[in-house]
Design a protein around this ligand. Sequence first.
Ligand SMILES: [Zn+2]
Length: 241
Amino acid sequence: MIAAYEIEKLPQGYYAKSGTVLKRKDSLKEGQSLLLFLRDLGPRWVSAPGAASGKSRFGGATEPMMWGEYTLYQSPRFLYLKEAEVREDFIALRSEPRKLIAALEFYRRMSQVVITAHESDQLLRVLWSAMTLLRDGAPAQAAEFRYNWRLLNALGLAPSLQNCVKCGSRFDGGASWSEDGLVCGRCSGGEPAISEADLLELAEAAQLPYEKFLTWSQADIRNNLFDKHVKKLLTFFREIR
Ligand SMILES: [Zn+2]
């Protein structure tokens, strides 16, 4: 099981980093709090005084899913947002319901796992890459499979799409899901539930380099294949508390 770790408070002073808004909490009394996910600094709860009022001085930069440059000030007690500038708003995704659902799910899952990860810059890259793939035309279903596999991989929890989890042999004729990962026909003792062709397609979705994935995913791939197997992938997040 992977547990959350303590995020150290920053030394007093100013910080300017790029990143994204994972979550936002509004409260009448305390104003707005943002869970920012920042390069080098990882996930940080930041208070943004005045941001919740009608004419926020931060503009749209405190909305979830925004990417921007954030200037912070660490006082002896609190971390404050001082300035924010939008770099990418992913506004086009908001008019495509299926992609918006995928993007919201990327953010929800990242908010859950990010406090367990020491290698948070790698996770930030996984999120950025998934968002730009959606924006640039990748279908939501394949992008979801890719995102979840890569996120699990960054956490050291991804099931191998090439080798049997029980005997280690390379899959040459399909595989079946087990609680621990994918197993070969010999280990499952039956006909593999996933054909060799399907397994290859899943591996391509997860592992092709960015540009190749983008081209490949816009060719003739089957969305329902990814819908089915992403559900299995999600069970591997159970290690995280
Ligand atoms: Zn095996």
